[in-house]
Ligand binder design. Structure first.
Ligand code: HEC
Ligand code: HEC
Ligand code: HEC
Length: 278
């Protein structure tokens, strides 16, 4: 009995250690100069568009090689070379990662009409694409292409002050819970006051969507009629002393507004902050 217990304890202890070891994840940040090739520093996401071109050029090279069309093949090899070399010009820290000699070899194979040889060298080039991608693709996308809420301010209609998103969020959470607590404990006035403030804060928040969304209608998807109707039902419930109605519609509101908006934006915002060291 005792022996069994000991064995189990050791196994449990070991698996606990293994689990702890598995919890670290190292992410490699891209070099700082990559930032220049993304909005808002640049007018466009130049880096990403270069990458899309590289993929297209790789495909065109394979296709024209198979079609035995040397002049188009040469045209696309030229484009491929230009864009591949631009990697090191845009981000000098990555110059050494490039395998530029492979481009020479591809040209030579193409000129000799050696389809298989060309395909073999191209596979090597693709490996060089992949080795950079496995280290940096995810972190670059998270760092430079996720919404940057740290730059967005919410203007309060009451005080005309500009507030950080995270402050506004803490305030929303406080007010939502105040409505919930006071409603449950039948402190009607406190609940209604908090509800008024919550509505005001949401209106303020709605003014900030346009920092990233050009179309007015986007705001309505989250903060439109449905949200207003949920809160109107909460108010009705509180006024009628119907705790269950108030709680039910407050829950509906929290899911349809807070949780839905978080599902779209919050995780990305968190990742961006993490990788930006905010
Ligand atoms: C030295 C680094 C590096 C090299 C070499 C490189 N890339 Fe990239 N690539 C990146 C980074 C970083 C991203 C992420 C960009 C983003 O998501 O904003 C990326 C993204 C891409 C994407 C977009 C993928 C997607 O999510 O849809 C394509 C396509 C792509 N690369 C093609 C290529 C091809 C083809 C090559 C080789 C001919 C290549 N890349 C070589 C760094 C590199
Ligand atoms: C734009 C849509 C949007 C809506 C609507 C929204 N949030 Fe948020 N919320 C965010 C984003 C984005 C973040 C992360 C902000 C950041 O990274 O600073 C966040 C973060 C938070 C946080 C964490 C704050 C922190 O400092 O970490 C809380 C709490 C929160 N929201 C509560 C709420 C509540 C409660 C509601 C509903 C009454 C709500 N939010 C509605 C987008 C939204
Ligand atoms: C910091 C930038 C930023 C802010 C501020 C922002 N969003 Fe977004 N939002 C995005 C990005 C990026 C996407 C995903 C790409 C896209 O669809 O444009 C997105 C997607 C969405 C989507 C899903 C796609 C769609 O258009 O249907 C909705 C809905 C949405 N946002 C609502 C809101 C609302 C409501 C607010 C204000 C309360 C808001 N957003 C504020 C950046 C932002």
């Amino acid at each position: 009995m005792i022996r069994w217990f000991l064995v189990l304890a050791i196994i449990a202890g070991e698996s606990l250690m293994a689990a702890e070891e598995e919890q670290t994840l190292t992410l490699q940040l891209p070099p700082a100069s990559l930032e220049k090739w993304y909005r808002p520093v640049n007018k466009h996401d130049v880096w990403l568009h270069t990458m899309f071109r590289l993929r297209r050029e790789m495909q065109a090279v394979s296709e024209y090689s198979a079609l035995e069309d040397p002049s188009r093949l040469k045209k696309w090899l030229d484009k491929l070379e230009k864009d591949y070399l631009s990697i090191g010009k845009m981000v000098p820290e990555w110059q050494d990662e490039l395998e530029t000699e492979l481009l020479e070899k591809m040209r030579a194979r193409a000129a000799a009409g050696d389809q298989e040889g060309l395909a073999r060298v191209q596979r090597k080039l693709r490996k060089s694409c992949q080795s950079c991608h496995s280290e940096y693709k995810l972190t670059a996308a998270l760092r430079y292409r996720t919404p940057d809420f740290a730059r967005v301010k919410v203007e309060s209609e009451e005080t005309l002050e500009e507030e950080d998103y995270s402050r506004v969020m803490s305030r929303l959470s406080l007010l939502l819970n105040r409505v919930k607590i006071a409603g449950e404990d039948e402190r009607r006035k406190a609940a209604l006051d908090a509800l008024d403030q919550l509505e005001q804060r949401l209106a303020d928040l709605g003014g900030s969507c346009s920092a990233c969304h050009k179309q007015e209608s986007t705001r309505e998807i989250i903060l439109g009629e449905k949200a207003k109707a949920s809160l109107a039902h909460v108010r009705q419930g509180l006024n009628a002393g119907d705790k269950r109605q108030a709680a039910r519609y407050l829950g509906e509101f929290a899911v349809g507004v807070c949780a839905d908006c978080h599902a779209i934006h919050r995780l990305q915002s968190r990742m961006r902050r993490l990788l930006s060291g905010d």
